[in-house]
Design a protein around this ligand. Sequence first.
Ligand SMILES: Nc1ncnc2c1ncn2[C@@H]1O[C@H](COP(=O)(O)OP(=O)(O)OP(=O)(O)O)[C@@H](O)[C@H]1O
Length: 312
Amino acid sequence: MDITTDTVIEAHGLTCSYGDFVAVRDLDLTVQRGELFALLGTNGAGKTTTMETLEGHRGADGGQVRVLGLDPQRDRAALRPRIGMMLQETGFAGDLTVRETLEMWAALTTRPDPVADVLERVELADRADTRVVQLSGGQRRRLDLALATLNRPEVLFLDEPTAGLDPESRERTWSLVTDLLAGGTTVVLTTHYLEEAESLADRIAIMHGGRIVREGTLEQIVGAAPAQITFRAPLADGAQLERELRTVVDPQDLHVDGDHVRLGVAELQPALGRLLGWADQHDHRLGRLHAQEASLSEVFTRISQDRIEENA
Ligand SMILES: Nc1ncnc2c1ncn2[C@@H]1O[C@H](COP(=O)(O)OP(=O)(O)OP(=O)(O)O)[C@@H](O)[C@H]1O
């Protein structure tokens, strides 16, 4: 595998199975130093399995993975001090205080930052003497993040770091992650919050059915997707309506479902102009007309509706 000094993570042809079930298929990905790479996907798409393989928690059944040039499983001892990970759930001893928990983990960590600094960093200084069991969900996730970043890792894996948090706690986590990025940490993040990826990620990969089906910057992913026009049909004859719309608008895709029409178009403004001109000319009224440029959420919804190709 050709790894440049700026490539921090590389997977090539990664395949992972649970028994006969292939959860990750022939996956390629590259993460560059200092970037935040967001792994998005539908439920069961294979994000956690991919993360666990990159973290060295499980081996690959096919393909190759390198993190900081090392094999995450075989070279785990060398890699462990250089990476941090925030899993979906961490088992804490609820009776310990926040400070005691951090001190215990710090004792097991190579070159940890001073616990007092870490408490400040994750805004838990005022909760240092609170028992873990008494923390709110958001505070607990910040403690997770504190443990994952005790030694300011070169690479940080965050598996759904803000799941279940209220908007304010989520914002706080984002600002912590932004600080870590500014300090040079490379971050791989999985999330179900698309706005999290939109605001934080340098690059995004969307998984579906064990594969990466879209990858690029937000602009690249959204820019390649069609804009949408929807309205209630002015004609009772669906077949005639379809013919006319194909001639007038020339859409990339067209769905007529009862009286609900959805058009996907490459350029929104000219397509909308032609559609309105046609409606005016024929005195058609387009009910509940709605037009919008593509968004990540729409790209995501379309992907989630795609059939999963099991054997392709
Ligand atoms: N231990 C396991 N045994 C069998 N199948 C598993 C196991 N762990 C995961 N799977 C299956 O592998 C697929 C990928 O799971 P994974 O947890 O990696 O997906 P995910 O994208 O993280 O999903 P989610 O967004 O729901 O957390 C799913 O279909 C899941 O049911």
